[in-house]
Design a protein around this ligand. Structure first.
Ligand code: URA
Length: 223
């Protein structure tokens, strides 16, 4: 399969980065790297600020996302918006929201390993170009993929993990939390956990910002 991005370094210039991001998106919208292309209405590439310090990564589009072409616009998204506002004092336009797979799996089934692998280069290229300081992974699929682990979200959440370095050498920190759909199903306990994780993400963002290029946060756990 052809690579989605070449090996050229991430442009340091903001306008060049924005152009590269727009080009990446245009190419992703035509993607036919896996069978999910056959059933989609449209590719849900992501939404928000492509220059954000904070990124959320979910699992894959549902019916409403597939219809609108935007991530997290159904019930899960409403909860995410609410908790982001209540715990982080943020609106979604201040972050970037993407998914592990960009096309809706039929009947909302779980994405398959080969579909996740086929789609992974798009997500990696998004992370490279956005250059977030903190990534919040929502649920098992994104947490396992980005932390390269088989551990489940219940064990993973509650800690901050070093993910990798940004092109400028500062670290990207990863904060795993429950998927909002699991919180909608599970009630009080996962809700409290997700709230605490979002507070943790906000604190991690604050630490990264005040530390400037030398950002350092206690990783608290390991992948
Ligand atoms: N669930 C996800 O994981 N992503 C979406 O975009 C919507 C629901």
């Amino acid at each position: 399969m052809a690579p989605v991005a070449d090996d050229s370094p991430v442009p340091a210039d903001r306008a060049e980065r924005a152009a590269a991001f727009a080009e990446l998106r245009d190419r992703a919208l035509e993607c036919r790297r896996c069978r999910l292309a056959e059933g989609r209405t449209q590719v849900v590439f992501g939404s928000g600020d492509p220059d954000a310090d904070l990124m959320f990564v979910g699992e894959g589009p549902g019916a409403e996302e597939d219809r609108q072409g935007l991530p997290f616009v159904g019930r899960s998204g409403q909860l995410l918006d609410r908790l982001m506002a209540e715990e982080m004092d943020l609106t979604r336009d201040r972050a970037y929201i993407a998914n592990v797979v960009k096309c809706r799996p039929p009947d909302n089934r779980d994405p398959k390993p080969d579909e996740i692998e086929a789609c992974r280069p798009w997500l990696e290229a998004q992370v490279d170009l956005i250059g977030p300081k903190v990534i919040v992974t929502l649920g098992n699929f994104s947490s396992r993929l980005l932390l390269d682990t088989r551990e489940g979200i219940t064990r993973l959440r509650g800690s901050v993990y070093p993910y990798r370095d940004r092109p400028d050498g500062t670290p990207v920190q990863l904060v795993p939390t429950f998927h909002p759909a699991a919180v909608l199903r599970g009630g009080g306990e996962p809700m409290a956990g997700m709230r605490a994780d979002l507070v943790r993400a906000k604190q991690t963002l604050g630490t990264a910002a005040s530390a400037g290029t030398g950002a350092s946060v206690d990783a608290g756990g390991s992948a």
